[in-house]
Design a protein around this ligand. Structure first.
Ligand SMILES: [Zn+2]
Ligand SMILES: [Zn+2]
Length: 766
């Protein structure tokens, strides 16, 4: 008997060669019907026998194309039509539930093409296929068709067109398909934008780099600034011109073997480096023979492998890695436009390697590290965004929520009926360009997911630019806006990541970070909260310390060190000679209102200062804490070290963590000339023990069996490792940490969304 069935496949199924995959199955089985894309995903009509249909479904689920992920397959009976064969039909639009794919690193087949002298794409730096190439960085709207991407202005030549139309070709419906006859082209210019005449642009670029020149290179998600990593004068010049004193530069190596020459690479790290995401992976240094200017005072180097054909072809020319740092002036976002690059990077780069395929959406390189076999994201952007997160139970079918995230390390989050999408890392909204990028992307995501904003969520902090944006948007459009406390959002994000249902049990959230506005108007950052999606109860926190000097309290670590010691009446004036401490003393004596903080991030800064780290000011975010962790890792006698003491003091409704004893002990160690590395290690051990002991103490009065760690402090691998080991030895507590989003403020927007929906649904039920 003949069956007629409609099959709807959802997930990441467009632009990945899914229709030819379906076409080929149909051909093999002799099934008639058609397949096309619509906004719900891939729609298939088949007419066949029952046995054929079973086989069809089986093959559909196995051997799916490399970049495809199926989340759902729905089938239903339908009318028999007059199909004579199986065909691929025109895309149709309709309800939007499909996914926009992230950009994918060049695949092995395309590498073969560009390195084979007899292939027509030999040496062509914009080669791609359905298994690789640019996606999100070139898309303007959906459906994902060439005409809605920045490839629209390139008309395919006859040969490319044939590939594009041939269901048996790897480039069938590869939207950015191109060759040297019809596709984007490179251009090499000097710093004034004047053409450098050569017919071998990549070879010429390599020669210039070998001469120690700095070159701005247009990539997939933005411009990079490049120089050879073993030419000290070039790397030093790049630092000088970019006004970037210490923050480490990322590196690109030709292949895995080259990375292994400089760093230890575990199996998990190898997989990440070679994945289609191709992120920057932070790796422990084995043998650093590169310029000392690449990553001063670091124990790790950030390596990535060539992810575009252009990078691949260029890197083949070198025996050492290339410094590849984001193409921008310090504190600004990466530049994506040719003209803007020439204008703004002209003072930094000697030459420009440009091309004429527009970057529509800016995407930084993603940054990850592997800790205890888990991937930890530090910056989630190219290759990851805009991958959707699955809905835990209870969050489905919520249409049109926008959560605008924090102000630094901003991301926003859009909930559509079927997807929770966290944007790529946007950065510090206080720079105009990032703020514009924030607005551009909010508009873009609404277009891509055909979702109108009907509900907004933002941080409790009214002065965050993201909060101001949301407030303004809410008022203009008469939409309801919910405010969410920063640290509550951190924990909710981690719960969501782990698929915890909307009505799941309370957990103990430990959030240690820089600063977030608390419910009592203080600046929180060392918190133990009993949390579910709906609410939180602050059970314990680090004692409050005055935070003087606004932003300077963050950029000049001595200020916090001084305040901690002053607070505990510990005399240590010799540690602050030459610092304007009299100003502080006057402020403290005056009756002016002060800001107070419980931040653990600031505590790290203060301890770092006493150990001689960043004694003037930091030159990049978290520098003092990172260098303190590096110092602790130099401790050779970890087994012999013991933790410093602290006290838990009962206050009215909650517990204060008093660390006076820790300060006294550190100063005593300093006086006794204990090695700085040992003190740094003891400090890390102390915080890990403090965390676990506080949790155990709280467990005596409150019911929870899961502890969730969040906040930027947990980028610190040593703390994370020590805490995990301690909990493991105790045994009856489940520990949850982030692995799909960063533990820093990049996760805030997801948490805001989850809390907002939980509140609304709770009230709906009542
Ligand atoms: Zn490919
Ligand atoms: Zn062509």
């Amino acid at each position: 008997m003949l069956l007629a069935k409609k099959i709807v496949v959802s997930g990441a199924v467009q632009g990945v060669g899914f229709r030819p995959f379906v076409y080929n199955i149909a051909q093999q089985l002799g099934v008639v019907g058609e397949v096309y894309n619509d906004s719900a995903g891939v729609v298939i009509f088949v007419q066949c026998t029952h046995t054929q249909f079973k086989q069809f479904l089986f093959r559909l689920k196995s051997n799916t194309p490399a970049l495809a992920t199926i989340t759902k397959i729905k089938t239903k009976d339908c009318q028999i039509e007059k199909y004579l064969d199986f065909s691929i039909a025109q895309s149709r639009s309709g309800e939007v539930a499909t996914r926009v794919l992230p950009d994918a690193s060049i695949c092995d087949d395309c590498i073969d093409d560009i390195t084979d002298k007899n292939n027509r794409r030999y040496g062509y730096p914009f080669t791609n296929c359905t298994h690789c190439g640019p996606r999100f960085s070139i898309i303007k709207k959906i459906p994902y068709d060439r005409k809605f991407t920045s490839m629209a202005c390139f008309t395919m030549c006859e040969k490319c067109q044939q590939e594009y139309q041939n269901p048996n070709d790897r480039r069938f419906h590869a939207q950015p398909n191109a060759c040297s006859n019809c596709g984007p082209q490179l251009q090499l210019t000097n710093s004034k934008g004047q053409d450098i005449a050569t017919d071998k642009i990549i070879a010429k670029t390599a020669t210039l780099l070998k001469q120690g020149k700095i070159i701005a290179i247009k990539g997939i998600g933005g411009f990079h600034l490049a120089c050879l990593a073993d030419i000290n004068s070039a790397v030093a010049m790049l630092r000088k011109r970019k006004h970037r004193k210490h923050k480490p530069f990322a590196l690109m190596a030709k292949d895995l073997k080259m990375v292994q020459k400089y760093c230890q690479v575990s199996k998990a790290e190898e997989v990440l480096l070679s994945s289609s995401v191709a992120p920057i992976v932070l790796l422990t240094i084995k043998n650093n023979t590169l310029s000392s200017q690449v990553a001063p005072k670091q124990k790790k180097l950030g390596f990535m492998l060539p992810y575009s054909p252009l990078h691949y072809l260029l890197l083949q020319q070198f025996d050492t890695p290339l410094v590849l740092t984001s193409g921008n002036q310090s504190h600004y976002p990466q530049i994506i436009d040719n003209q803007q690059a020439l204008q703004e990077l002209g003072g930094i780069a000697d030459y420009f390697l440009l091309h004429n395929r527009d970057i529509v959406n800016r995407l930084d390189d993603s940054v990850v590290q592997v800790c205890a076999e888990n991937t930890r994201l530090i910056r989630r952007a190219r290759g990851y965004a805009p991958t959707a997160l699955p809905f835990p139970n209870g969050f489905e079918e919520y249409q049109g929520l926008l959560a605008v995230g924090a102000e630094l390390k901003n991301t926003f989050c859009l909930f559509t009926r079927t997807n929770a999408i966290v944007s790529q890392h946007i950065g510090d909204l206080k720079t105009l360009e990032s703020y514009q990028d924030f607005m551009h992307n909010i508009a873009l995501y609404q277009r891509l997911y055909m979702t109108n904003i009907q509900r907004l969520a933002c941080d409790l902090h009214p002065d965050y630019l993201s909060s101001k944006y949301a407030d303004n948007y809410a008022q203009t459009n008469n939409i309801k806006l919910s405010t969410v406390q920063h640290h509550h959002a951190h924990i909710a994000a981690c719960l969501f990541e782990h698929g915890k249902a909307i009505d799941s049990e309370k957990v103990l959230g430990v959030v240690w970070d820089g600063i977030g506005l608390g419910a009592d108007n203080s600046l929180w950052g060392g918190e133990f909260l009993l949390v579910d999606y709906l609410s939180f109860n602050r059970l314990a926190h680090f004692e409050y310390t005055p935070l003087l000097g606004g932003d300077k309290a963050q950029s000049e670590p001595w200020r916090m060190a001084y305040m901690y010691l002053k607070q505990h009446k510990i005399a240590a004036d010799t540690c602050f000679s030459g610092k304007p401490t009299a100003e502080f003393d006057a402020l403290l004596k005056s009756n002016l209102p002060l800001n107070y903080t419980s931040s653990v991030g600031r505590l790290f800064d203060a301890v770092a200062y006493l150990l001689g780290i960043c004694t003037e000011k930091i030159s990049y975010e978290a520098q003092a804490a990172i260098e303190l962790e590096n110092m602790a890792n130099e401790c050779l006698t970890t087994k012999r070290q013991t933790a410093y003491e602290f006290e838990l003091k009962k206050a009215k409704n909650h517990t204060h963590i008093d660390i006076k004893k820790l300060w006294v002990a550190i100063l005593k160690d300093l006086k006794n000339k204990v090695k700085n590395q040992d003190i740094a290690y003891r400090f890390h051990l102390s915080l890990a023990e403090l965390l676990v002991k506080t949790v155990l103490q709280l467990q005596q009065s409150y019911t929870f069996d899961t502890v969730v760690l969040s906040g930027g402090v947990f980028h610190n691998q040593l703390i994370l490792k020590l805490v995990s080991e301690l909990f493991e030895s105790i045994g009856n507590i489940t520990l949850l940490t982030h692995s799909k989003l960063p533990c820093g403020d990049g996760s805030i927007s997801l948490g805001q969304s989850a809390i907002c929906i939980a509140r609304e649904r709770k009230y709906e039920q009542q």
